[in-house]
Design a protein around this ligand. Structure first.
Ligand code: AP5
Length: 210
């Protein structure tokens, strides 16, 4: 039976950064609800119009919209051998719904303290052409693409505080839920991108969870 992996952690923990390599190793496509929502907002779809104000104020988008989005995405061909969920589930309700439709083999939880998060988020820059993620200090972009980089609308200090509050209240309890199922792998995310990546890679290769 095909199984899926969840990348879990607070905003700015490095989920998107590590997802690229995990997808490469496991062959599972990354499903980022944040990315899908941002696309919907920019295309002004019904979902995007409903989700925009939640996202811009750092609140979670209602469960029913997210679950519908995931159900649709999982119908696509590339999801047949399992996927890598990035930023989903974020509430117990989403997690329960997910457990009724797919089997989860591992939850990789990237742990970073709040005081580190704000600097990561405020310094993040995105490449709209490739989707690559940079940081002005920790992962600087090459000079030749600097002019095209963008900053996410929700990457400001006020919104980050709300995102962190939503994470602690609604999302972080899921780590206990998954830990009790024996599938949570916690990684110290307060190290360099390479160090975190090495731990994740070793875990994946040792455990053969895909
Ligand atoms: P989403 O897009 O999922 O944002 P998030 O969870 O807040 O996560 P981020 O994308 O901010 O961080 P990340 O962990 O991917 O970090 P990254 O690798 O970029 O969601 C946005 C919004 O959509 C939510 O607020 C909500 O409204 C809505 N939403 C999405 N999913 C939802 C759901 N399931 N339910 C309800 N609502 C939902 O790294 C961050 C920065 O740090 C980068 O600049 C990077 O270069 C740098 N960095 C990464 N690793 C390191 C390291 N080890 N050391 C130093 N710097 C690092």
């Amino acid at each position: 039976m095909s199984t899926s992996i969840i990348l879990f952690g607070p905003p700015g923990a490095g989920k998107g950064t590590q997802a690229v390599k995990i997808s490469e190793i496991t062959g599972k496509p990354q499903i980022s609800t944040g990315e899908m929502l941002r696309k919907s907002v920019s295309e002004k779809t019904d979902l995007g119009i409903k989700a925009q104000s939640y996202m811009e104020s750092g609140l979670l988008v209602p469960d029913e919209l997210i679950i519908q989005l995931i159900l649709e995405r999982l119908k696509e061909k590339d999801a047949v051998n399992g996927v890598l969920f990035d930023g989903f589930p974020r509430t117990l309700n989403q997690a329960e719904e997910l457990s009724s439709i797919v089997k989860i083999s591992a939850v990789i939880s990237i742990e970073v303290p709040d005081e580190e998060i704000v600097g990561r988020i405020v310094g993040r820059r995105m490449d709209p052409v490739t989707g690559d993620i940079y940081h002005v200090d920790y992962n600087p972009p090459p000079n030749e693409i600097e002019d095209r980089l963008i900053q996410r609308k929700d990457d400001n200090e006020d919104t980050v505080r709300n995102r962190l509050a939503a994470y602690h209240k609604q999302t972080s309890p899921l780590s206990k839920w998954y830990s009790e199922q024996g599938i949570l792998f916690a990684v110290d995310g307060n190290r360099t991108i390479e160090e975190v990546g090495r731990d994740v890679e070793n875990f994946l290769l040792k455990k053969e969870v895909f």
